[in-house]
Design a protein around this ligand. Sequence first.
Ligand SMILES: *Cc1c(COP(=O)(O)O)cnc(C)c1O
Length: 497
Amino acid sequence: MIYRSTRNNNVEVTSAEAIAQGISVDGGLFIPDEIPAITLDEIKKLSTMKYNERAAYIFAKYLTDFTDEEIRYCTDNAYTDKKFSTENISEISHLFDGTYMLELWHGPTCAFKDMALQILPYLLTTSAKKINCDKKIVILVATSGDTGKAALEGFKDVPGTQIMVFYPEQGVSPMQKRQMTTQEGDNVAVCAIKGNFDDAQNGVKAIFTNDEIKKILDDNGMMFSSANSINWGRLAPQIIYYVSAYATLVADEEIALGDKINVVVPTGNFGNILAAYFAKKMGVPIAKLICASNSNKVLTDFINTGIYDRNRDFYTTISPSMDILISSNLERLLYLLTGKDDAKIREWFGKLSSEGKYEVSDDIKTLLKEDFYGGCCDDEQTKETIKKTYEKYSYTLDTHTAVAVKVYEDYKSATGDETRTIIASTASPYKFSASVLEAIDGKKPEIDEFAMVDRLYEISQYEIPDALASLKDKGIRFSESVESNQMKDFVLKTLGM
Ligand SMILES: *Cc1c(COP(=O)(O)O)cnc(C)c1O
């Protein structure tokens, strides 16, 4: 299978090249030239396999330049109960009749990003080896909280890699800060930035494009790479859990093989829901893809009008991982919907960067609505949904998943569609204890993060994730804080140069 750039059909690379490079030189994203098929018989076969075996089976369709041994090395190291708190890797809970919560947060950092970031380091180092690149890979991450910790846990002690994470000193929650500053591993470093997330991100970009530093790394047998969601190596692992969830529902006799299901995804960068779209196009019987946004509802408007317009107020919400106005993976969807029209993609995304806005053609608007439904809700509605869901079903939602549940309820009342439905549950409520407690108790909790975790346990009776409980006793390893223009010095110092 070959991969092309969404902005230039003449670019042809293998999956190993796509993963090692991360992004195409023309600024486009790598995408497989055709979507491989999976039959109902194959899905049935998957239903008797463990998660790592299901993953290997599906990866084999996408990573055709990898050997079976290479794929098994990646899947077996990533998807084990040493890293995930459940043998099943992801779990399915029943919310109410015909509605299933696909819990993707049983990994080491309690957010769905673990599903991809646990395997990315193995995919990346294997890819580098395959293209005869024996350099040490240095990963730089700017984070507003979740991605940084998930990347640190993924790359921790992976041979041939080194990772550095930069976070805004005042811009992350106390729990997120503690998660990062206590990080274990011999190849990790964490540094606070005196500034906001944009300063951290700009600082990282400046280092990536600094020829002097690149040369120093090259002379020392190293190269930079990135762990964010434009890398195909982060998207492919997400397709697996949708196929896997369908297989599990069949195995549990919740649905019959071939029955259609809907999928609801709380969306920010459009990566998670795009993975569900790939699962559908492979042949998993998925009917509607329901795209749920918070007050930053640029995607809701896009699905409903065909106009993408980022010129709008930015809201800081209680579902911060969805506070995004540029959903970069939408580019891959539009490339597919236009029948690989790279010229159209260049035109629209050129407009997005120059004017902050583009409008797709009528045929694309029609296609969008065939597969997708878009909806949104604000913080008040999110909190109400957490409270209501807790009272009615004794199920404690995190703030992101609550957005998905609310939008799904709206969808059901608007359409009367009773199709069985999977809702992607993207974070453990313990990760956003303050907002979840405020929603359920009706007032802001005035206690520290660990007391909040205890209070949330009283309410939810969910096992407290070890990963969060054990933070209390871990020593702080990284307390350095630098101006954003000193990030480069931090990188060189950490690399011993
Ligand atoms: C990153 C994230 C999302 C958004 O996922 P995208 O793939 O960016 O759409 C939703 N919920 C949580 C908890 C996240 O961390």
